[in-house]
Design a protein around this ligand. Structure first.
Ligand SMILES: Nc1ncnc2c1ncn2[C@@H]1O[C@H](COP(=O)(O)OP(=O)(O)O)[C@@H](O)[C@H]1O
Ligand SMILES: [Mg+2]
Length: 355
């Protein structure tokens, strides 16, 4: 989707990807297929382009620094270093005074002492390689604690207070090298099994919470000094606070609504930010709901009923061309526009059930 947006603005795109064939490679002008550790391939790639950006957080630090020595990397390896590890990210939030849920770090997987600081209910999250709820376990009882200690033994984790939130929202902030920032309006996010299921724009939150969420995202992006996109996931608590949950220095699943419902898509905004162009306007064209399509929709290998989306004039289908539908794997999404959020949501859920 980034490649399409860059090409629309006249750029050519070179993709570096360890796992080929990949969806981005299929539409890019060039593709290099090599592991991140293949320094020769990485350096040849870096030398062939004007600027490098990424949409994946688990890239090792060494290779990133090698790229950065040759060509501008946006956001920088420093920014990714903070965001790719939960323990570092939370320590950064704490050190910079950003509101977040109470947490303690469990070195070597010592969950019990970390949980005794934070209390129950809480959630254990591995510091590295977590996404879509992977590497997480909710702790509701002392028995869960015993189980978690066995599961996470020897792994660096954080134990975090379970937040009784009113709403979950995310704000994507674009920032250029000259320090210009622009936020997309907050998306309200509904998760199922810890995986994003539905995003709703405009979010059904009070104006004051919306302003606070946007302000927080801008301050996070500025403090990181990031160039590109910074997505900030937040909890609106039942007691009226806005807490930062996670930061992703890249386009975000909860921003996919912008491809159809916003004046500028998040992918075009990423192109503009990393290429030093003026940022685009981010007004909502019409209330929009985005629904993720997971591999689970391919029951017993049968394709989902795409007509359910395609026969509806207010819906748009986006499939990523991933080779194999696996349960929990994000295969695509669809968006629905409506006269109001309630109207768009109703139709989106009806289409989802027919899919
Ligand atoms: N402390 C928490 N309290 C309540 N819900 C949580 C908490 N941490 C995570 N969750 C839920 O699990 C989802 C996934 O967790 P998150 O920390 O965002 O990890 P990731 O998105 O990397 O899997 C969140 O979006 C939220 O719905
Ligand atoms: Mg998350």
């Amino acid at each position: 989707m980034f490649a399409h947006a860059a090409q629309d603005l006249g750029y050519r795109v070179h993709v570096f990807e360890p796992q080929c064939p990949c969806p981005a490679g299929a539409v890019a002008d060039r593709e290099t297929c090599a592991p991140f550790e293949d320094l020769a391939a990485l350096e040849a790639f870096a030398a062939s382009v004007d600027v490098v950006t990424y949409e994946f957080e688990n890239i090792p630090a060494g290779p990133l620094r090698a790229v950065e020595a040759i060509v501008p990397l946006h956001p920088s390896s420093q920014v990714l270093h903070v965001c790719q590890n939960r323990a570092r990210e939370k320590a950064w939030l704490r050190a910079n005074g950003f509101p977040h849920a109470r947490y303690a770090e469990a070195l070597e997987g010592d969950i019990e002492s970390a949980a005794s600081e934070v209390g129950i209910p809480s959630v254990v999250k591995t510091a590295d390689f977590g996404y879509d709820g992977k590497g997480q376990m909710k702790i509701s009882t002392p028995q869960d604690l015993v189980q978690a200690s066995a599961i996470f033994r020897g792994r660096r984790c954080v134990v975090e207070q379970w937040v009784d939130f009113e709403r979950e929202v995310s704000v994507i902030c674009a920032r250029t090298a000259s320090g210009e920032t622009r936020v997309f309006p907050p998306a309200e996010n509904l998760h199922t099994n810890h995986i994003l299921d539905v995003s709703i724009v405009p979010a059904r939150i009070p104006a004051a919470a919306e302003a606070a969420a946007c302000d927080l995202a801008v301050r996070v992006a500025n403090r990181l000094g990031a160039v590109g996109l910074v997505a900030v996931e937040m909890f609106l608590t039942t007691w009226g606070e806005v807490l930062v949950n996670e930061i992703a220095p890249r386009p975000h699943n909860s921003g996919h609504w912008s491809m159809d419902g916003c004046e500028t898509s998040q992918f075009e905004q990423q192109v503009r930010a990393v290429c030093g162009l003026p940022l685009g306007p981010t007004g909502v064209i019409r209330p929009t709901v985005m629904v993720n399509i997971l591999g689970d929709a391919w029951r017993r290998g049968t394709e989902p009923n795409w007509s359910a989306v395609l026969s509806e004039p207010r819906a748009r289908l986006h499939l990523y061309g991933k080779p194999e539908p696996r349960p929990g794997r994000k295969m695509g999404h669809f968006t629905v526009q409506g006269a109001s959020v309630a109207d768009a949501l109703e139709l989106a859920l009806a289409i989802k059930s027919r899919l």
